[in-house]
Design a protein around this ligand. Structure first.
Ligand code: HSE
Length: 448
């Protein structure tokens, strides 16, 4: 049988990895796919550079539309990134009847509904294993391996840049700015790291996982996104003393409504720094590595670990999609695995809950005047708000400002409560004259 022909849009780090792995493992891949897979056409603005990367047997053009127009090409790989031209080209490729493989999390998290609907109409596949956690086959695991389960939650370290920075902060006692600088020097963070450090990249990825886990539409605009730029070295230290590590987690959680707490059914979709018990495996994922935990009702807790970026790890995911499509493209479209795991006519309309309705526990750090009754006032506010305290840690007082006036840090861990209630209690605590600096609040996930 002739090889299935693939066109590649954009050849950079990942694209070259795809070429190298396809070439190196061609026998294995062919034995699995039942047919050879050949990238016969590449579009890239820098034609000379692209040609030198792929060799003389592959046609290189500068116009991506020439690839889409080629009737011999069955699959288009989009590795351009962003949601401008990439969106147009993906939609055009779908309209031209091509199957699409993409690593573009931003595109799918924001425009996924439009793209999957177009693919469904046209009877083609859009595969995106490489869009979440690079080489970890988490899309496949969630969509197929765990298909028997009612998924309860997904929580992941899905951004290597921020995990590297947090590891540096903990290992070396650095503050955020110094750790970011290290990450940039070592090539773990981009010159403009905004999407990573502000949590946007992780939010794109967890949005995709939420859709597959719960059969809801991709709704990046509803995700709560908070990055790591405000984290202080001392909170990482205090957390450690209390038996926790701080990780940037992407969380998608099914929430059953609760009459006592006045909460409703919905999905929590959020990215923020979280305290995680140090004894959990995921708390020990260090450096630029990624890991995703999934809790299903039948399987219990599962954990997936690996490289979340890089040339060949991401190529591994792209090629897995190419093999899937090669095996399935002749199958009746209705018999293929649905893009978002659930049949398009069986999607759920469970709402993504606003952050005020999220239920979680908290780490609070208060800088207070070291005077009698201060702690009682703070705990009194929490008690009035019906927020239960799990642990309190008070540091030795520091002498500041002379004349024996001292300040100290009080750290409080709470049990679960609704975030709106915590916000109200925080406002009251902040208003106390003995609370001397903005209160630090970091959410805490037990992941039990
Ligand atoms: N910039 C991402 C990370 C990799 O740091 O994990 C690509 O999504």
């Amino acid at each position: 049988m002739k090889p299935i022909q693939v066109g590649l849009l954009g050849i950079g780090t990942v694209g070259s990895g795809v070429f190298n792995v396809l070439r190196r493992n061609q026998q294995e891949i062919r034995r699995r796919a039942g047919r050879a897979i050949a990238i016969t056409m590449v579009a890239d603005l820098d034609v000379a550079r692209a040609q030198s990367l792929v060799g003389p047997d592959t046609q290189v053009v500068s116009d991506a539309r020439a690839v889409i127009a080629n009737p011999e090409i069955a699959i288009v790989i989009e590795l351009i990134g962003g949601y401008g031209i990439a969106r147009k080209l993906v939609l055009e490729a779908i309209e031209a009847g091509k199957h699409v493989v993409t690593a573009n999390k931003a595109l799918l998290a924001v425009h996924g509904t439009e793209i999957f609907a177009a693919a469904h109409r046209r009877g083609v596949m859009v595969a995106f294993e490489a869009a979440v956690a690079g080489g970890i086959p988490i899309i496949k695991a969630l969509r197929e391996g765990l298909t028997a389960n009612r998924i309860q939650w997904v929580a992941g370290i899905i951004n290597g840049t921020t995990n590297f920075i947090l590891s540096e902060m903990r290992d070396k006692g650095l503050d955020f700015a110094a750790a970011l600088k290290d990450a940039q020097t070592l090539g773990y963070a981009e010159a403009d790291p905004t999407f990573d450090i502000e949590g946007v990249d992780a939010a794109h990825k967890v949005t995709l996982m939420s859709a597959i886990a719960f059969g809801i539409p991709v709704q990046f605009d509803k995700a709560y996104v908070e990055g790591i730029t405000q984290l202080a070295a001392q909170d990482i230290r205090y957390a450690e003393q209390l038996g926790y590590r701080i990780k940037l987690l992407g969380i998608a959680k099914r929430r059953e409504g609760d009459a006592i707490r006045h909460t409703r059914d919905g999905i929590e979709l959020r990215v923020h720094p979280s305290l995680v018990p140090a004894k959990r495996l995921i708390a020990n994922v260090e450096g630029a590595m990624n890991a995703v935990m999934v809790q299903g009702d039948a399987v219990g807790t599962t954990l997936y670990y690996g490289k979340g970026a890089g040339s060949e790890p991401t190529a591994s995911a792209v090629i897995a999609d190419l093999v899937d499509i090669t095996r399935l493209h002749t199958a009746d479209a209705a018999h293929r695995v649905p893009h978002l795991a659930f049949q398009p006519d069986a999607m759920s309309d469970l709402p993504v809950l606003p952050m005020g309705e999220v239920v979680t526990s908290y780490y609070l750090r208060l800088r207070v005047a070291d005077q009698a009754g201060v702690l009682a006032k703070v705990t009194g506010i929490l008690a009035q708000a019906d927020i239960s305290i799990d642990a309190v840690l008070q540091r030795e007082a520091d002498e500041v400002g002379g004349e024996g006036s001292t300040q100290t840090d009080v750290i409080i861990l709470t049990h679960d409560c609704v975030e709106a209630r915590m916000n109200a209690a925080l406002a009251q605590m902040q208003a106390l004259p003995t609370v001397l600096a903005p209160i630090v609040r970091i959410r805490k996930e037990e992941l039990a």
